[in-house]
Design a protein around this ligand. Structure first.
Ligand code: BES
Ligand code: MN
Ligand code: ZN
Length: 496
């Protein structure tokens, strides 16, 4: 795999060797280090700006090779535009910087501005942007093929006035980055390698960080009456798992908060089989479970002051002589019966039983589920926003602000009795599809029948977990969406 850069934080000094990245706004004023380098090079930096007609626009770069007056290989100017920089701007600037120094051994990132110091928090976000941008899922590119030559990891020196505080902020943000990259790895991994058992082992590995992890296998799931989940799994030769990751960083006796993820390691659709075109993307149908695992990594590694449960339902949805059929009626753990109209609406069947299990076993303060649940959410919101559905206005507000802050944005869609009616069944308590229209909403109405009075949010990440357009902080098919969003939700609202 491409090696992650090594980051160190130093005070501001004029770098002598390697590559220097300097920030510059639309006013084209350099910070003090930039001015020093410009003077040493007899004004080459200023001349280059003019010659290239460089405007200092946000995330745009200008490269000067072998500038005179120093032994530097390059001076790279990185535009910051002219607006106040938001948190996501700093993150994306780091990404743009990483793109400019990719493949080099050494880079000094000089975080000073003509108009003043850069805060420690901004420096840490910039570093996170670099780390997220550097990610490349290239483990299956063999040496003889297209794999880029193995280079030593980039040694990146982040220079900033408050370098000690920045280093401290980075201790926290680094593990949130790790959680995001873990989620990307899990989504990118093909289903032949990552089945339910292998995914459960990845969850189990969080014990090394200090979490407690329980894995429920077939017999235990049967004993728990999770027949909706088991019905989905029965067409696969690979048995289901439910992994429950627990972290008690809060007060003893405080009700935990709970995150629940859809982990369909591959979704063929089952007997209601999907068309062949693009079906390979369904290796990512565990994006919700990947986000929960990455989030738990982050929360445990940073010793978050909260009691939290991460639960993931891991199954494979296959057509087979033993697979469930359209028309089958299953009894969920809650006791409610479900007529399976379409075996491709499997995620809600898995989540129904995991939601019930977590609600009954842990009586959580709230439950948030993440799931690549419907193609319809892509029709509604594209890759730009996840759809949220909830019985709590307060939690929606909290999620919206966490989304704005992190750039992992959400958009609320409605629930109502009228939509709920659409999943009433002739033969059972409910059916697993609600017809052609409002597909994301009827899926959410289905889940709502399993949460009772508990505060709950469903996040449909079908458009955001995978296949997202490339951007400054992600060049990979899998985005790791949800980890930074929910880490922020917890930090801002639920930590002591
Ligand atoms: N995993 C799919 C949803 C999906 C689609 C995720 C595209 C990511 C990208 C889900 O299990 C599914 O098949 N949903 C059906 C529901 C329908 C049968 C009611 C859908 O969206 O078509
Ligand atoms: Mn499906
Ligand atoms: Zn699915």
């Amino acid at each position: 795999m491409t090696q992650s850069p090594v980051f160190n934080f130093h005070p501001l000094t004029a770098p002598k060797k390697g590559n220097a990245v300097l920030l510059i706004g639309k006013d084209l004023e350099l910070g003090s280090i930039g001015r020093t380098l410009d003077e040493a090079s007899d004004g080459a930096v200023g001349r280059a700006i003019k010659a290239a007609d460089f405007k200092g626009e946000l995330n745009k770069t200008l490269v000067l090779l072998a500038p005179s007056g120093s032994e530097l290989d390059r001076i790279i100017l990185l535009g910051i535009g002219d607006d106040e920089l938001s948190e996501t701007d700093w993150l994306h600037l780091g990404g743009a910087a990483m793109a400019a120094v990719k493949g080099f051994e050494k880079a000094s990132l000089i975080l000073d501005l003509a108009k003043g110091d850069v805060s420690a928090a901004s420096a840490s976000l910039f570093t996170m942007g670099m780390k997220l941008r550097a990610y490349d899922f290239d483990k299956y590119k063999t040496e003889k093929g297209k794999k880029p030559e193995e280079k030593p990891a980039l040694s990146a020196v982040i220079q900033v006035a408050e370098y000690e505080a920045a280093q401290e902020a980075w201790q926290r943000d680094a593990v949130v980055s790790d959680g995001t990259l873990l989620a990307r790895d899990l989504v990118n991994e093909p289903a032949n390698v990552l089945g339910p058992e292998e995914f459960a082992a990845k969850a189990k590995a969080l014990e090394e960080l200090g979490a407690e992890v329980e894995i429920l296998e077939q017999a235990e799931l049967e004993a728990q009456d999770m027949w909706a989940l088991l019905g989905v799994a029965q067409g696969s030769v690979r048995g289901p798992r439910v992994a429950v990751i627990k972290w008690n960083g809060g007060k003893e006796g405080d009700a935990p908060i709970a995150f629940i993820g859809k982990g369909v390691v591959f979704d063929t659709g089952g007997i209601s089989i999907k068309p062949a075109g693009g079906m390979e993307d369904m290796k990512g149908d565990m994006g919700g479970a990947a986000a929960v695992t990455g989030l738990m990594h982050a929360l445990v590694a940073r010793k978050a002051k909260v009691n939290v449960i991460g639960a993931i339902g891991l199954v494979e949805n296959m057509p087979d002589g033993n697979a469930q059929r359209p028309g089958d009626i299953v009894t969920s753990k809650s006791g409610q019966t479900i007529e399976v109209i379409n075996t491709d609406a499997e995620g809600r069947l898995v989540l129904a039983d995991v939601l019930t299990y977590i609600k009954e076993t842990y009586e959580p303060r709230f439950m948030i589920d993440l799931a690549t649940l419907t193609g319809a959410v892509l029709v509604a919101l594209g890759n730009q926003n996840a759809g949220i559905f909830s019985n709590s206005d307060e939690m929606c507000a909290q999620l919206s602000s966490a989304g704005e802050a992190t750039g992992e944005t959400v958009w609320r869609l409605p629930l109502s009795k009228e939509y709920d009616k659409m999943i009433d069944s002739t033969f059972a308590d409910m059916k697993n599809t609600g017809g052609r229209w409002a597909g994301s909403i009827t899926a959410a109405q289905f889940l709502k029948r399993f949460v009772g009075e508990t505060d709950w949010v469903h996040i449909d990440v079908a458009g955001t977990a995978m296949g997202s357009p490339k951007n400054e902080i992600n060049q990979s098919w899998a985005s790791g969406y949800g980890v930074r969003l929910l880490d922020r939700l917890v930090a801002d609202n639920y930590e002591a």
